[in-house]
Ligand binder design. Structure first.
Ligand code: PLP
Length: 385
């Protein structure tokens, strides 16, 4: 078998329906939505339709959605834009397991004199809400906590977190890049002020994202220029990609319920298959509160990268939590923050599924893995017996 793609938290296959929706805006409707003439008016309506589709998926108002280029831009805009617009100085509260789009932004701001509090996590990847309350006691704050972790799939109790933040008078941003399209979101119930999302995690091409900004939230634009996006994000709109994101959100809205069940069943089949056939494995994260598509598995005593190479040779794409930097293998900051032991953190592999995976593919992975793991363990300096 060739090409089993289990790296959907990195990026996803573009849905054929999305390509079909985008095509007319490359070939036929290429007007500028800001133009007064018919070429512009035509596409303006389609941009608005896409905005409404994004809003519907989040149960928000279309006027609260601003299109960006990606999740990273949305995260930067949320954090830097809110600080820039604040009357006084705000502390920043975040977690040690955020994506670099948030962590690097917060650390950049810490270098510029902002008070940044990074909350730690327990072994299952969760923050202690008492730590959050204590951090909020230190003064007015912008809180940026991800809805779900990209490496482990751990889903944070964002409802509860947002309520705590709002009760303390804070501003709440959540990086929902891994959640939008995978789990239901209802922003009429969850009181976050800002939310980031990224198209290429829900089957659009790379290069489109959005930020939800609750009505009344004070924010300055990150990108200055023209009056696009109600003055919140300058630059001529990326119409084909915006239309693509709208279509992807329609598909997610229509299929979410059925896909959650189907994908979770495949993920569980994979996980159980691995546990049954490979000794010394552990599943990282919180098995009860997890994205339906994600399994982060540690194979003790071997390097995740080595497994990935061999999986790749077998046509299987997954990813590891480790990053190979200057010859030394640094385990993932997420697994380190969770206190995952050294030998397990190094051997972690993330399998992330999508609507396009099949049972046959999962069974193929289960068939291939034990041989790969056994061979690598036989070579491992950490295995003595
Ligand atoms: N936040 C999370 C949780 C992510 O997983 C990612 C991408 O992996 C991003 C932000 C960045 O999104 P983008 O690739 O669209 O910039």
């Amino acid at each position: 078998m060739k090409n089993v793609y289990l790296d959907n938290n990195a990026t996803t296959k573009v849905a054929p329906e999305v390509i079909e929706a985008m095509r007319p805006f490359l070939e036929e409707f290429w007007g500028n939505p800001s133009s007064m003439h018919a070429f512009g008016g035509q596409v303006r309506r389609d941009v608005d339709k896409a905005r409404a589709a994004v809003a519907r998926l989040l149960n928000a108002a279309p006027g609260e959605i601003v299109f960006t280029s990606c999740g990273t831009e949305s995260d930067n805009m949320a954090i830097r834009g809110v600080l820039d617009a604040a009357d006084g100085r705000l502390n920043i509260i975040t977690t040690r397991v955020e994506h670099p789009a948030v962590l690097s932004t917060c650390r950049f701001l810490a270098d510029r004199g902002h008070e940044v509090i990074e909350l730690g996590v327990d072994g299952s990847g969760h923050i202690d809400l008492a730590d959050l309350r204590k951090a909020l006691d230190r003064g007015p704050a912008l809180v940026s906590i991800m809805w779900a972790n990209n490496e482990t799939g751990v889903v944070f109790p964002i409802d509860e977190i947002a309520r705590i933040v709002k009760a303390a008078g804070g501003i709440m941003h959540t990086d929902a890049v891994q959640v939008v399209g995978k789990l239901p979101i209802d922003l009429s119930q969850t009181p976050v002020d800002l939310l980031s999302l990224s198209g290429h995690k829900l089957h659009t091409p790379k290069g489109i994202g959005a930020i939800y900004i609750r009505k009344g939230t004070k924010i300055r634009p990150l990108i200055l220029g023209g009056h696009q996006e109600e003055g919140k994000r300058a630059g001529t709109e990326n119409v084909p990609y915006i239309v693509g994101l709208g279509r992807a959100c329609e598909l997610a809205t229509a299929r979410m319920k059925e896909e959650i069940d189907r994908v979770a069943r495949l993920r569980d089949r994979l996980e159980q298959g691995i546990i049954a056939s490979c000794p010394d494995v552990r599943v990282n994260g919180d098995p009860k509160n997890r994205l339906p598509n994600t399994a982060n598995v540690s194979f003790e005593f071997i390097e995740g990268e080595a497994i990935l190479y061999d999986l790749n040779d077998a046509g299987i794409a997954a990813s590891s939590g480790s990053a190979c930097t200057s010859g030394s293998l640094e385990p993932s900051h997420v697994l380190r923050a969770m206190g995952v032991p050294f030998t397990a953190a190094h051997g972690s592999v993330r399998f992330s599924l999508s609507r396009y995976n099949t049972e046959t593919e999962i069974d193929y992975v289960i068939e291939k893995l034990p041989g790969i793991v056994g061979r690598l363990r036989a070579l491992s300096p950490f295995v003595t017996a």
